[in-house]
Design a protein around this ligand. Structure first.
Ligand code: UFG
Length: 324
């Protein structure tokens, strides 16, 4: 049995990974401030500590007392648009508070650290699909904060021997049977389109139709959270530190996602074209060959329709998201 500390286990991706670890025989402690996470998103089989990573003494004491084999770090601010108006929040939460968790790993003798990094570390990519060694020039403070923390982990690995995996997610999407996406306010594309499908939002905005893409809207690589969860579990036992891109290798434009959602839900999606959102690159598509080859990652969800269908299924069961 392995013991894992999951920082941010009440959030969208953290809750699905916690569930996945528990399903695979791990013991999990969730550490979460519940500022953006939800109490009801914490798998009831996990232990729960209410805490903020800003509380350095608390997270260090939890790590020292818990005898953990691994730490997974999902506890971060993660909105590209918001980072363009409030960079301080991003550098504080994602770097300063992240350092408290890295120090907790050192003080607690934790040997494996899996970090939620992002495609946003690449900025405007020089080629598609993006490979791990491609140049990283973030175009928003969110991506910059995550890139900086990747570098911090690299030094901690060299100096303190904490092995790490930086998993650069492209666009996390979909739901498990029990856990799904519920942000307040919601800014992500698929849950917003599903609000329109469910009739709780009159229409959605397509942010820009003048990008350098075939239909003018941004192209993203949508990856199911269960496939991310599998990658996290594999990364815990990776023999050495490394960086891995995580996507399906297929890009869909905003208009294509709207069409796919209409097909899955059988509902017409009302939309309007609006100006571009600051900080959005035209196209982000992952090459995930490295994690397949090095860690044996086998994604289960290859097409956008099945990903959207899982999110729709969760939405129908939880029309108002989580209760608390
Ligand atoms: N979009 C719209 N209308 C909306 C919401 C989004 O047109 O109402 C567009 C965005 O402009 C973007 C695409 O849909 O082109 C996807 O937007 P999301 O907000 O769903 O996701 P992002 O691509 O901005 O960001 C997500 C994660 C980041 C991660 C990034 C990596 O939130 O953490 O994917 O690709 F860095």
């Amino acid at each position: 049995m392995k013991r894992i500390l999951v920082a941010g286990g009440a959030g969208y991706i953290g809750s699905a990974c916690t569930e996945y670890l528990l399903d695979h025989g791990y013991e999990v402690t969730v550490y979460d401030s519940l500022v953006t996470g939800h109490f009801d998103a914490i798998d009831p089989r996990a232990d729960f500590v209410l805490g903020d990573l800003a509380d350095r003494d608390k997270i260090i004491s939890v790590a020292k007392n818990g005898h953990y084999d691994g730490i997974m770090h999902f506890a971060a601010a993660s909105l590209v648009g918001e980072s363009m108006t409030n960079p301080s929040k991003y550098f504080r939460n994602n770097i300063a508070n992240g350092i408290n968790l890295a120090d907790a790993a050192v003080e607690g003798g934790v040997k494996s650290f899996v970090f939620s990094s992002t495609a946003a570390t690449f900025g405007q990519p020089e080629k598609t699909p993006i490979e791990e060694h491609d140049s990283q020039k973030p175009i928003n403070p969110y991506g910059e904060s995550k890139l900086c923390f990747e570098k911090i982990l690299n030094w901690y690995s060299q100096i303190h021997g904490v092995k790490y995996a930086a998993l650069r997610y492209f666009n996390a999407a979909g739901a498990t049977e029990n856990f799904g996406e519920a942000h307040d306010p919601e800014t992500h594309l698929i849950p917003i389109i599903l609000q329109v499908a469910a009739g709780t939002r009159e229409k959605m905005m397509v942010f820009g139709d003048d990008y350098n893409t075939p239909d003018g809207s941004c192209i993203r690589d949508y990856i199911h959270i269960l496939d991310l969860a599998q990658a996290h579990m594999l990364a815990l036992d990776a023999p050495e530190s490394g960086h891995y891109n995580l996507g399906t290798g297929k890009g869909l434009s905003v208009f294509e996602i709207i069409k796919a959602t209409e097909k899955v839900t059988g509902k017409k999606i009302n939309y309007e074209v609006a100006p571009r959102r600051a900080g959005d690159p035209d196209v982000l598509i992952a090459c995930s060959d490295r994690i397949k080859k090095m860690l044996g990652w086998k994604p289960q969800f290859e097409d956008a329709e099945s990903i959207i269908a899982s999110a729709w299924n969760w939405k129908l069961k939880n029309p108002n998201g989580y209760r608390r």
